[in-house]
Design a protein around this ligand. Sequence first.
Ligand code: 13P
Length: 335
Amino acid sequence: MRIGTFAKELVSTARQLATPGKGILAADESLTTLGNRFSKINLENTYENREAYRSMLFTTPSLSNYISGAIQFDETLKNKTPEGELLQNILKKSNIIPGIKVDKGLSLLSNDETLTTGLDGLEDRVKYYYSQGCRFAKWRGVIKISNKTPSTLAIEENANSLAKYAYICQSNGLVPIVEPEVLAEGDHDIDTCAEVSTIVYSAVINALHKHSVLFEGILLKPNMIAPGIKSQKKASFQEIAQKTLETLNRTIPPAVPGIMFLSGGQSEEDASCNLNEINQINKGKGPWVLSFSYGRALQASSLKAWHGKNIKAGQEALLHRVKMNSLATLAKYQK
Ligand code: 13P
């Protein structure tokens, strides 16, 4: 098995990323997504502004006390600090493992459902990213809940793509973050989210087995189990935590070292409260490290505070959020 060449390194990287008390900073927004976020603070979507923003995030003092890895976008590898140092080097020097988004976004599958693209040329890209110092990758598959969806086709196709991606990454030294995101959009209740997520995660795990992926050398990045954002029936942090753990316990092998949740549009505080509750209920039980790989729930207030120029305020806001989530991974967060 080709993965054998990298097996030891993959297991060690995955364990480091899942260090208790630390999480992952997802800063891999595509150019369009970052542009949308910038437009909310009336900032132009230019190369210089994107570089300045990422530089602000990555040079935050003491970030590595709470962050084990950072996910970058392809463009980020060229970005530098105002002093001319590559951001990628800033991460390495501060002991934060550099990661990279390797999927190429969503394409239409059928019936309003999507399939993630990017398998073409993936092996070459992964080799290149490894040569540049990246040690883990991310690929996001998206599943939508509605009256007609998800279809078996969308579940199977997305699971297979995630597994192919994971195998290619592991064969070339990158730990794959496997991200099957069941979207929070919709008016479904929490039990529907649990039911769909159970089917989706099982399909993903099955596909990973078929592709001989090394479970000890991946990280899972799932949604939490929660009602859709338009649902009339709200759920408490406790209910969300219980259903999330129940769903994961039913589907995810203990060999996976870490489960790093996405925030999926939750507010910064809700994302911390939910993660705290998950770790509170699961205290002393294992088998995984339960942590975060948040994008919006780490960056929202930081972006606002930075506003294109105020580096110190942006960094203070980011540091506050990563600290709160670090506490949440230890079940010690209080609102
Ligand atoms: P959110 O935490 O904002 O959902 O983003 C995480 C991510 O990386 C989505 O792919």
